[in-house]
Design a protein around this ligand. Structure first.
Ligand SMILES: Cc1cc2nc3c(=O)[nH]c(=O)nc-3n(C[C@H](O)[C@H](O)[C@H](O)COP(=O)(O)OP(=O)(O)OC[C@H]3O[C@@H](n4cnc5c(N)ncnc54)[C@H](O)[C@@H]3O)c2cc1C
Length: 468
């Protein structure tokens, strides 16, 4: 197999000399976790913290962090922006509790980094949710109104001048700040978590794909050179869940794409983007961008490529055309950095759920087979919460997060492939056409408006059409 294209983060955090062995022969565990990303690793760490004698094994097809967890923007965000969706799913009281728990997860990640000495460059600079075109103005208003009505106030209204000043570009017309938002270096965090899991006694096999899951009890996981038997199994495989028959209608695998600049700390000083804020605009194909401790900008855009039947090819690692499109977005949002080079680009998979909120449950209703997937581009912080949910489910908790309304809920379904593959391409073409015209102040065509109306909300809720 060719060496996969790696992100900036993994180039910095992964030396290649630290791979863990693959599974060969037979092994047995109380709990087998499939997937060594944030979700699988938090589940393993929390399980060992709560029940040190439990025998926990992780199998990972690549290296820990080789998936989305080692490639993302490093925004550590809450679910407050998704409050209206949560209300629809679980009702007002529980929605507020879950959103609060997702905010608390940010602090838990910071605390875990301190406790276990993970230098993940955690920085709480807040999240700026902005409008970068006329039509994006006020995208947050319904969410802020709902928060006010429910008596919670996670967002601060900033003046337009303040938004332009803090973001370092007057292309940002207005926005709100969510002060709890933070950034991390995803590579150092995920590789550090794998080290911690191992120190707590978790056995990790890398380069070990599960190629078959025998769903009987105990479950048997087959890998190319081994067999793992386990009383309980946790699938934490992100967008690969789209290839699992019970989850195929619940998860669509799409890409998110990133580019980054070389270190330009003096330019960041010059434009005033020095507070460590992570920023996004309010497009459906959202732009998200942050600075790094060594003075780079990492800039991403959500949702271009889609996989057929959950099969993700090399275009989920890197795609020059999409990277050029992301670069265009950077140039539009930061015309004052027009001379700054882009020297890295990479892509990764997003596990889009029908609602934008992840699903947790028992695969096919089987109590010993658990899954969590569907973070929909907001999983760095929420995977910690997901780890608490899954660990609670494994341990049989009868109250708390393990029995929250996201577990075995009814999130709706996507159409099956190939209908959804074709449909998603058509919708995405409409969204791209609409947002490209809006970016230059032009009216979108009616057909692109219509198609964009069919797209599900992602990292932020979809803005309902407003009259000018
Ligand atoms: C480019 C990009 C930018 C993003 N930016 C942000 C952001 O700024 N903030 C945010 O909150 N979220 C962001 N996300 C989403 C976030 O990265 C994910 O939600 C989060 O990392 C999910 O962690 P995970 O453990 O579920 O998935 P992963 O990290 O993908 O872990 C799943 C693991 O399972 C392994 N696996 C899959 N199938 C098998 C198998 N059969 N056998 C063994 N192993 C298997 C994979 O190799 C992978 O390592 C972004 C995602 C991408 C791709």
């Amino acid at each position: 197999m060719n060496a996969p294209h790696r992100s900036l983060w993994l180039d910095q955090a992964y030396t290649g000399s630290t791979d863990r062995p693959a599974l060969t022969g037979g092994d047995r565990a109380d709990v087998a976790i499939v997937g060594g990303g944030f979700l699988g690793l938090w589940t393993a760490i929390i399980l060992k913290e709560r029940e040190p004698s439990l025998d926990v094994v992780i199998i990972e097809r690549d290296i820990c962090g080789g998936g989305a967890s080692g490639r993302n923007g490093g925004f550590v965000l809450s679910w407050w922006p998704k409050l209206s969706t949560l209300v629809k799913l679980v009702g007002e009281r529980e929605a507020v509790e879950l959103a609060q728990a997702s905010e608390d997860a940010i602090g838990e990640i910071e605390a875990a980094c301190e406790q276990y000495t993970i230098d993940a460059q955690f920085r709480r600079g807040g999240w700026l949710w902005t409008a970068a075109t006329e039509v994006q103005r006020g995208s947050w208003a319904p969410t802020v109104e709902l928060c006010d009505r429910l008596g919670v106030h996670p967002f601060q209204q900033l003046s337009p001048e303040e938004v332009a000043r803090r973001s370092g570009s007057s292309v940002h017309l207005e926005g709100v700040l969510e002060p709890s938002g933070a950034t991390v270096h995803p590579g150092y965090l995920v590789r550090g978590m794998a080290r911690v899991a191992q120190q707590l006694g978790v056995r990790i096999y890398e380069h070990t794909p599960m190629v078959e899951l025998d769903r009987r009890e105990p479950a048997v996981l087959r890998t190319p050179n081994g067999v793992l038997t386990a009383d309980k199994v946790v699938l934490a495989i992100n967008a690969h869940a789209a290839g699992v028959r019970e989850l195929h209608r619940k998860i669509v695998a799409i890409t998110s794409d990133m580019v980054s600049t070389p270190p330009i700390p003096e330019r960041l000083e010059e434009i005033g983007w020095t507070g460590g804020e992570c920023i996004s605009d309010s497009q459906l194909q959202i732009h998200y961008y942050r600075t790094t401790t060594d003075g780079r900008i990492a800039f991403g855009k959500g949702g271009w490529g889609i996989a057929l039947g959950g099969r993700m090819g090399s275009a989920f690692d890197r795609d020059p055309k999409r990277a050029a499109d992301v670069t265009l977005g950077f140039r539009r949002l930061y015309p004052n950095l027009a001379d700054v080079a882009i020297d890295r680009d990479w892509s990764g998979p997003i596990d889009r759920s029908p609602t934008g909120i992840p699903l947790f449950g028992n695969l096919g209703g089987r109590p010993h087979l658990l899954y969590g997937a569907g973070f929909s581009g907001n999983g760095v912080g929420p995977a910690r919460l997901g780890g608490r949910i899954l660990a609670g489910m494994v341990l049989g908790d009868r109250s708390g997060l393990a029995v929250c309304g996201l577990v075995n809920g009814r999130p709706g379904s996507f159409p099956p492939d190939p209908i959804r593959y074709v449909g998603a391409h058509v919708v995405r073409t409409g969204v791209a056409a609409k947002e490209a015209r809006e970016a230059v102040g032009q009216e979108p065509s009616r057909i692109s408006e219509f198609l964009a109306g069919l797209a599900p909300g992602g990292m932020i809720p979809k803005k309902s059409k407003q009259k000018a």
